[in-house]
Design a protein around this ligand. Structure first.
Ligand code: CU
Length: 403
């Protein structure tokens, strides 16, 4: 997957050797040359030397991986820090078989923990593993995902306000990078990242008080942070208010995310991460729960009251979250929950900021398929959609075809 870098490097080295040989040859000829010819040879030598410098520093593709190095931390296969990210990339290429192949990287949107209900605050233990794996974005398109617990997004957690949370982060031994966790629900340096930086094989624990109700994004905050997020390291935690949220029939967990891949949309095989596209904020793929959907993942019955916990792992795009054929009865804008928080009613499309979330509720009245989208609709072409299948009795009073 990084063969183009090797070819670039080979081309540069061969060009450099050729230039040196040429200069040596010219200097050899110069010794026997007349004065006039020597001037010409001097000028030619100088121009060759300048052109070597210009070619080396004007390479558009090769140095892009050097755009991030001051911020990028990586390890080689034997867990020593790589002196340059390029070497970490070559190391990955040589040792890619060590990474677990995950059949389906996309977290099931139905994977929502049960409501807390009415209980007193307590101490909650959470264990999570940062793991780098290889899986498919879409059929035949393989990507080196960095995950929490082997899926994208990471698990959704559910606590109540006042709970004390002991969160242990383990970095799997097979990882090539350090990782940590920054939870937006945490009050304290780095949202937990400052005390959870783990090298491969290490575990560290942060204890924090869930002071604020709401739905919060968590993500890896290891430099280069955007690179870690764009490999899939994000998820959400719901801090329920005292007494919990109202009862609904179905809850879903959805996170929009971005992937940046060299070779562009649809390129098959193991695709390399595209740092240039990351810096340009131009993702190759925009996904709901880590993959381009190949079969409907959400199901409901006519009459179900549905609540969706919707987050945006970013890195860059603001999501205009919309369900085609539905109106949100209730939106908790920016996932704010509190006695003074405004609740929006009858909303068509709602913003989900990178590193932010929203909660939407609606009741399905008519059977059929409903598309969840980012209404910046070209992102559908990049994978930003999911299907909600609703089954049950037709409801002609609400919706029917007239001949
Ligand atoms: Cu990370």
């Amino acid at each position: 997957m990084f063969t183009y870098l090797l070819f670039n490097l080979l081309g540069l080295v061969l060009g450099l050797v050729a230039a040196v040989l040429l200069i040596v040859g010219l200097l050899y000829i110069r010794k026997r040359a007349q004065k006039k010819e020597r001037h010409m040879i001097d000028a030619a030598t100088l121009l060759i030397a300048i052109s070597v410098v210009v070619v080396f520093f004007s390479q558009g593709v090769y140095p892009i991986h050097f755009a991030l190095p001051p911020m990028m931390q990586a390890m080689t296969h034997d867990k020593t820090p790589a002196s340059l990210p390029l070497f970490a990339s070559i190391d990955f290429l040589l040792n890619q078989d060590d990474f677990e192949r995950v059949e389906n990287i996309g977290r099931d949107p139905n994977d929502v923990p049960a409501p807390i209900g009415d209980r007193e605050p307590e101490t909650i233990e959470i264990n999570v593993v940062a793991k780098e794996v290889i899986s498919e974005i879409s059929d035949g398109i393989f990507f080196n995902y960095w995950t929490y617990d082997g899926s994208v997004p990471g698990p959704m957690w559910r606590v109540r306000v006042g709970d004390s949370v002991e969160l242990s982060l383990t970095n799997d031994e097979t990882s090539s990078h350090p990782h940590n966790i920054d939870l937006h629900a945490v009050t304290g340096p780095g949202g937990g990242a400052a005390v959870t930086l783990v090298q491969p094989g290490e575990t560290r624990t942060v204890k924090w008080l869930a002071k604020h109700p709401g739905l919060y994004v968590y993500h890896c905050a290891t430099p280069n942070i955007s690179t870690h997020n764009a490999h899939g390291q994000y998820g959400m935690i719901l801090v329920e208010p005292e007494g919990g949220l109202s009862e609904v029939d179905k809850e879903f967990y959805i996170m929009q995310g971005e992937m940046y891949a060299i070779g562009g949309l649809g390129k098959k095989g193991l695709v390399a991460f595209d740092s240039e596209a990351l810096l340009d904020e131009n993702p190759t793929y925009v996904t709901f729960n880590g993959i381009v959907e190949d079969a409907p993942r959400l199901q409901a019955e006519v009459g179900d009251k549905i609540r969706m916990y919707v987050g945006n792992g970013g890195v860059s795009l603001i999501s205009s979250f919309h369900v085609i054929g539905e109106v949100f009865d209730v939106v908790y804008p920016e996932a704010a929950i509190g006695p003074e928080s405004a609740i929006f009613q009858n909303v068509q499309t709602t913003a989900v900021l990178p590193g932010g979330a929203t909660i939407v509720e609606f009741t399905v009245d008519v059977p059929g398929n409903y598309l969840l989208v980012d209404h910046a609709l070209t992102r559908m072409n990049k994978g930003a959609w999911a299907v909600l299948e609703v089954s049950g009795e037709e409801n002609p009073e609400v919706y029917t075809e007239l001949k």
